[in-house]
Design a protein around this ligand. Structure first.
Ligand code: SF4
Length: 211
C-alpha cells in the first residue's frame, strides 16, 4: 500500500477509534487508548515497532502512555537509553490493547481468546506502521506475532538475535518487568539483547540506502 505520511496518520487515527469502540473481550478493561495514543510516538513515521503483552494496570492503562508509570516502563526506558533510541523514533503496541485484570483488580495474563480477538488489530497496526524492524517484549508478544505471519521462534532460543520475519527484521526480547529481570534475564543480558535492536536498525538503514 503506497500512501503519504499524512494519509497513513489518518488511517491510523481511524484504526485507533475503531479499537476504542471495540468490546470483543467482555472482561477487558479499557487501556486501549493508552496504546494508540498520539503521545505514543508517530505510528506513521516510526522506524521500529515494539510489541508488548498488554497495558499494565499501573502502567499504560493508568498513564495512557505505554510502558510508562511503573517499574516495567522505567526499565524499558533505561534499555532504550542504553542504545540512544528515543521514544519519538519508535511506536509501541501490545498483543492485546486492553488491560486484562482479575476480579481483584490485579493484572493477569491475556487469555488465548483475547489474543486471538485482538490479532486483527495487531496485523493492521503492523501493516500501517510498516516498520523495517519489529521487537517483541516477552513470550506472549512473540507468540502473538505468529497469527500475523507464522513462525516457530521461541524466546529461549531467539532472545537478542536479529531474525527475518514477514519481510522485516525481528528481534525477540524478554519483557522488561522486574519479575522477569529477577528470575529470567539479568540486567547485563537485557542490555546485551537491546544492542541487537541497534544492530537491526543499522542493517535496515543500510538496506534502505542500497535500494
Ligand atoms: S483486547 Fe482488543 S479485541 Fe479485546 S476488547 Fe480490547 S481492543 Fe477489542
Amino acid at each position: 500500500m503506497t500512501t503519504t505520511l499524512a494519509h497513513r496518520r489518518e488511517l491510523f487515527a481511524a484504526l485507533a477509534q475503531e479499537a476504542a469502540a471495540c468490546r470483543r473481550c467482555e472482561a477487558a478493561s479499557c487501556g486501549r487508548r493508552a496504546v494508540l495514543s498520539e503521545r505514543n510516538g508517530d505510528a506513521a513515521a516510526a522506524r521500529v515497532l515494539f510489541v508488548g503483552e498488554a497495558p499494565g494496570r499501573q502502567g499504560g492503562d493508568r498513564t495512557r502512555v505505554p510502558f510508562s508509570g511503573d517499574q516495567s516502563g522505567r526499565n524499558f526506558q533505561r534499555y532504550l537509553d542504553s542504545i540512544n533510541l528515543a521514544r519519538a523514533e519508535i511506536f509501541i503496541t501490545n498483543a492485546v490493547l486492553c488491560n486484562p485484570r482479575k476480579s481483584s483488580g490485579a493484572n493477569r495474563k491475556p487469555t488465548a481468546r483475547e489474543i486471538a480477538n485482538c490479532s486483527e488489530f495487531l496485523r493492521r497496526q503492523i501493516a500501517l506502521v510498516d516498520p523495517p524492524v519489529v521487537v517483541t517484549l516477552g513470550a506472549v508478544a512473540l507468540a502473538a506475532l505468529s497469527s500475523v505471519a507464522y513462525h516457530e521462534f521461541t524466546l529461549k532460543d531467539s532472545a537478542g538475535r536479529v531474525l527475518r520475519w514477514g519481510g522485516r527484521l525481528l528481534v525477540p526480547l524478554y519483557h522488561p518487568s522486574p519479575q522477569v529481570l529477577a528470575s529470567h534475564r539479568r540486567e547485563d543480558a537485557q542490555l546485551g539483547d537491546y544492542r541487537a535492536v541497534a544492530r537491526a536498525l543499522r542493517r535496515a538503514r543500510q538496506a534502505n540506502e542500497t535500494t
